[in-house]
Design a binder for this molecule. Structure first.
Ligand code: ATP
Ligand code: BTN
Length: 261
């Protein structure tokens, strides 16, 4: 099984302002969980947790995240932003943009499915789960990123819905290279989340890589299912959905499921 080489990774990330402390675990249920424990213990922002084997990875709405050992990147970055917690939802979209750009640089035709999935050829290449926590008088964000890198096939239903960098490009990239490229993509974007003008510029880049805009979609949330056309995203990254009766609904990313209609 391929394992992450901590010293090779440290070298690749030496100049990266985001990953200041790198923790590579041999096995853990979930790197998000591990990062949250470290956060509660006082770990600094910039702590990056990775695992060679993730046994109970979690996605949004508590869904399971399949992590083939040695074939994927499972990592969680602890952030302690200086900007107010109300702006935290921006981080999730910024992460999707940073990773999407990085995966495109490897040759994949990656696109962002709102709010924070990276797809290629209509299949999911990367999933992101950002979680907010309180510690002392501040808050932290754990930004969990799962990237399919070296899988040649996926089990069960995922065979129809998931893809990997190897399947998309035909090339077997080292996991350390993918981690470093993703962190490099993210580095300029996280600080932008705290400034309105910088975030507006970020959202222009996000729009350009969206595979959701202009599509007929169904959004399922706590209040039921809404159908419409994905018209735009607002300043907080919420989806503006134009329904058949002409109304423009603002959809919060949090608890919704988005499907092509
Ligand atoms: P939506 O419900 O908005 O259409 P989704 O189906 O992508 O989005 P999410 O909750 O965003 O759902 O992501 C979790 C989904 O990802 C689960 O449905 C699961 O089937 C799928 N999944 C689990 N592991 C992987 C993986 N390694 N690669 C791609 N997809 C995966
Ligand atoms: C989703 O698509 O719903 C999000 C999937 C997020 C998976 C990553 S893998 C690393 C980190 N640890 C977890 O348990 N989840 C995230």
């Amino acid at each position: 099984m391929t394992r992450i080489d901590p010293s090779a990774l440290a070298e690749l990330l030496a100049a990266n302002p985001l990953a200041r402390r790198i923790v590579v675990l041999e096995e853990t249920p979930s790197t998000n969980l591990a990062a949250k424990v470290l956060a509660a213990e006082g770990a600094p922002g910039g702590t990056l947790v990775l695992a060679n084997r993730q046994t109970a990875g979690r996605g949004r709405r508590g869904r399971a995240w399949e992590s083939e050992a040695g074939a994927c990147v499972c990592m969680s970055l602890l952030l302690r932003p200086a900007f107010p917690a109300g702006l935290a939802p921006r981080v999730t979209l910024a992460a999707a943009l940073g990773v999407c750009r990085a995966l495109r640089a490897f040759g994949a035709d990656a696109r962002i499915k709102w709010p924070n999935d990276v797809h290629a050829g209509g299949k999911k290449l990367c999933g992101i789960l950002s979680e907010l926590g309180m510690a002392g008088d501040g808050y932290f964000i754990v930004c969990g990123i799962g990237i399919n890198v070296l899988q040649r096939a996926f089990p069960g239903e995922l065979a129809e819905t998931a893809t990997s960098l190897l399947l998309e490009t035909g090339r077997a990239n080292a996991l350390e290279q993918v981690v470093a490229a993703a962190l490099q993509g993210l580095a300029p974007l996280f600080p932008a989340c705290g400034e309105d003008a910088a975030y507006a510029a970020l959202m222009c880049g996000y729009r350009a890589l969206s595979c959701t805009l202009g599509r007929a979609v169904s959004v399922t949330g706590p209040d039921g299912t809404r159908h419409g056309v994905a018209e735009d995203f607002d300043a907080l990254g919420r989806l503006l959905l134009r329904t058949a009766d002409g109304a423009l609904l603002t959809i919060q990313a949090g608890d919704v499921s988005l499907r092509n209609a």
